[in-house]
Design a protein around this ligand. Sequence first.
Ligand SMILES: O=P(O)(O)OC[C@H]1O[C@@H](O)[C@H](O)[C@@H]1O
Length: 270
Amino acid sequence: MILLNGTKLVFKLFPNGETLVDGDQILALAADFNKVAFKYENDSDLIKLMFIKNYLDDRNLKAALIIYYMPYSRMDRVEGSSVFTLKYVANFINSLSFEKVTLIEPHSDVSLALINKSTAKYPSIELLIRVIAETGFNIEQDYLFFPDAGAQKRYSKVKGYKQLVGFKVRDFQTGEIKKLDIVGHVDHKNFKVIIVDDLCSYGGTFMMSAEKLKEAGADKVYLLVGHCEKSIYKGKILETDLIDQVFTTNTMLEESEHKKIHIYEIGGIK
Ligand SMILES: O=P(O)(O)OC[C@H]1O[C@@H](O)[C@H](O)[C@@H]1O
């Protein structure tokens, strides 16, 4: 999905699958300086982005880009014969020459390094205070949990909390999580935990985290993720009692289809 200055652009398809772009809609919404919001749903959104930016360029109209979720941001390294797709998508975005690019909660700094004129925003960090209030989290007794070193690095700005970190081993090719251990000292039982991470897909990481945290003495485990894929509904995370509540943003989901999922709007992000 692509929004131009806050309004969703409507596309149709030609019978052969080519994209039909509505120039009248674009011109009705366009200004001298435009805000293009890219809400990735599938790869066809990349083609739509290319058409819009070129159409604006042809009219000498400038544009900044906000990427709600950076597609392919997890393919940020090469292992064996895997393909560095993030680099290629970043090259494509760079070729469009936006005035600036804002990435919402990228998986790693590799996205920032690859995309020209980019900066990042982390709604999870901004929302943490609200989640703390909603869950009755006690800063003196309760813990934040980062499921892996990548998450710990991403949220290293978050200070003043008791923290635990996971050590996760995942098969890069199949995505299967082989094991997850908790690193850090737990000095009492019956504490609450907020797991903080960038993205929930099927939720396997967080189920395994919650299982280990409950074994270590947690009585309530909450999940705060910047992005939540629709695939959460296909995973088992919502069927079990391991995670008490999921807090996320509308970068991927529009409306909650489950009472455990709470979605915050990030519409205010500039
Ligand atoms: O375990 P699922 O939900 O499938 O995947 C989410 C995890 O996989 C990583 O890329 C994310 O940063 C998160 O830690």
